[in-house]
Write a protein that binds this ligand. Structure first.
Ligand code: FPP
Length: 249
């Protein structure tokens, strides 16, 4: 039983982020270290996503957003792309059975229109089945790119202007996010990057402007609930100033 599940039971779950974002990195290295094909790492990564999502829900985090496939990941060998798509297919099949029962809403961020008709149908079905759930939401970023999201949002706003629905001066920092894939979600307070790389990799560029960033060398399939507890404890030590001055001073 982790620190936060124990705290929640005793009613002490304070200062938890509402929204945690995660770059699920290190699956390939995890597999290679074990002499397994990279796809075995993605499989272990998908299983870990389930574990972490369930734990987040149990301890009272409201949103978990994970980077599953970027707009740039199409550059990988076709066999690896196919394996990741196959895992998503498997995951969605299982999710259709379990998500509504487990009170988890599943939402997808990114351009899913280019995916196979079968995957798109599964995504629509999962979306439909879990749309009413308000307790916990897991977001899977699929064919997602931060720059692509911003360009699409700018285009959509420009189109609304051309159609007379709004004028350029109506655009504010509060309005712009309505045009993003993540419309309606609060910004993640905590971004977790397993696998040790110190970069954003085109993930949630607008949304993570003020996120606290936790990087660990632990590879994603090994990033279990104890490691998430460590990230959350670290988060609670952060002095979030948003460009202002610390309240403590
Ligand atoms: C990055 O690790 C991981 C990916 C590009 C794919 C992540 C996909 C999954 C975990 C499967 C589908 C997800 C769900 C939620 C069902 P990497 O391959 O770049 O690792 P490396 O840096 O060690 O090579």
């Amino acid at each position: 039983m982790g620190v936060f599940s124990t705290r929640q039971k005793t009613g002490q779950a304070s200062s938890l982020p509402r929204h945690v974002a995660v770059i699920m990195d290190g699956n390939g290295r995890w597999a290679q270290k074990r002499g397994l094909p990279r796809t075995a790492g993605h499989k272990a990564g998908a299983e870990n996503f389930r574990t972490i999502a369930t734990y987040c829900k149990d301890i009272g985090i409201e949103y978990l957003t994970a980077y599953a496939f970027s707009t740039e990941n199409w550059k990988r060998p076709q066999s690896e792309v196919d394996a990741i798509m196959g895992l998503l297919d498997e995951y969605l099949h299982e999710s259709i059975e379990t998500m509504a029962r487990d009170n988890i809403r599943l939402r997808f961020l990114g351009d899913t229109s280019v995916l196979s008709p079968r995957l798109r149908a599964l995504i629509d079905e999962t979306d439909e089945l879990t749309r009413h759930i308000t307790g916990f939401q897991a977001n899977i970023c699929l064919n997602y790119g931060g720059r692509d999201e911003l360009v699409r949002a700018a285009k959509a706003f420009a189109c609304d202007c051309v159609e007379g629905k709004c004028a350029p001066e109506d655009l504010t920092e509060a309005k712009f996010p309505e045009y993003l894939w993540s419309s309606g979600l609060p910004d993640p307070e905590l971004l977790i990057r397993p696998g040790g790389e110190l970069r954003m990799s085109n993930f949630l560029l607008w949304q993570c402007a003020y996120s606290e960033i936790y990087v660990t060398d632990t590879l994603w399939p090994d990033f279990g609930t104890d490691e998430l507890d460590r990230a959350l404890v670290w988060y609670q030590t952060r002095d979030r100033r948003f460009g202002g001055l610390s309240e403590k001073k």
